[in-house]
Design a protein around this ligand. Structure first.
Ligand code: ZN
Length: 293
């Protein structure tokens, strides 16, 4: 048995997965345990880190610990550069050093969207793909690229940000500082606002009920996500695209318009050569990917 622990640090919850790496190839029995613990993010970096160390201490059988984090960190030092959705002084916080010192075991950080990609590509809906592009739709839009079984991180670890490709020059301002990225157009909040609804869940319910404004809002977001994915196809020629995040529950209401928008723009490869599928690991994908990191 080669047990690895993964923690997925989110704004509301820390998701936990214990994975037996020796059973990954068998396709079952690899997920040993899962758990969900409140983050209490408002208590700040020190308290959140202590909480993660306490959780990991409950799994002494794990040889390694991976932490999926919702933002950008320095790949060399493991210090946090930007957590856009967690309160407190995270900038410069030496998370990896504190985790390693507190645990006395080998640990690693991975961006949460890249963790999602690693998990879906290894044991989820992306398994067996040669070149995989993953997108997670939620509060923000994360992404990742996996080529021949390895997540492509780039020199700084920032590769795979599908939704920060500019799709509308001088378009709406993005959290990253650019204008016209796909994220501010297609993230949950933007779609809900365009549809005149309070939440993305209300939008999907309205789409099912045939509400024209809701259908138009989803189509609008899908159009720009489709363009981002077509750009990714031009650059990477993936054979599979996995779409995940909370929206997967909405199924074809979301996947189908994105697929249609993508196919409209595929000129260099036969549309049928790029499969678009829903993620299969559910809300534990990030923790599983962190364990595999
Ligand atoms: Zn951006």
């Amino acid at each position: 048995m080669s047990l690895r622990l993964g923690l997925d640090l989110g704004g509301t919850n820390i998701k936990v997965a214990l994975v037996d790496a020796d059973r990954l190839a068998e396709g079952d029995g690899w997920l040993v345990a899962t758990d969900t613990v409140p983050t209490k993010a408002d208590l700040g970096p020190e308290a959140v880190t202590s909480r993660m160390i306490e959780i990991a201490s409950g799994y002494p059988q794990a040889a390694t610990i991976g932490v999926g984090v919702p933002g950008v960190f320095d790949k060399k030092t493991g210090a946090i550069e930007l957590f856009p959705n967690l309160p407190g002084p995270w900038k410069g916080f030496p998370l990896l050093a504190k985790m390693t010192a507190g645990l006395g075991r080998s640990s690693a950080l991975i961006n949460d969207a890249r963790a999602f990609t690693l998990a879906e590509g290894t044991v989820g809906a992306g398994r067996g793909a040669h070149t995989l592009v993953c997108v997670t739709l939620g509060t923000g839009i994360g992404g990742g690229v996996m080529i021949e079984g390895r997540v492509h991180l780039g020199g700084l670890g920032t590769a795979g940000e599908i939704a920060h490709q500019i799709v509308v020059p001088d378009g709406p301002l993005c959290g990253c500082g650019n204008r016209g990225c796909a994220e501010p157009i297609a993230k949950a909040e933007a779609v809900a606002a365009r549809a005149g609804k309070r939440s993305i869940e209300e939008v999907y319910a309205a789409v099912r009920a045939g509400d024209e404004m809701a259908v138009e809002a989803v189509e609008y977001a899908a159009r720009y996500l489709g363009i981002s994915l077509a750009n990714a196809v031009a650059l990477l020629a993936p054979d599979r695209i996995v779409i995940g995040g909370g929206i997967v529950q909405a199924g074809d209401i979301v996947i189908e318009p994105i697929q249609r928008a993508l196919r409209e723009h595929l000129t260099l490869v036969p549309p049928a050569s790029v499969e678009v599928v829903a993620a299969s690991l559910g809300p534990n994908a990030g923790a599983i990917g962190a364990a595999l990191a």
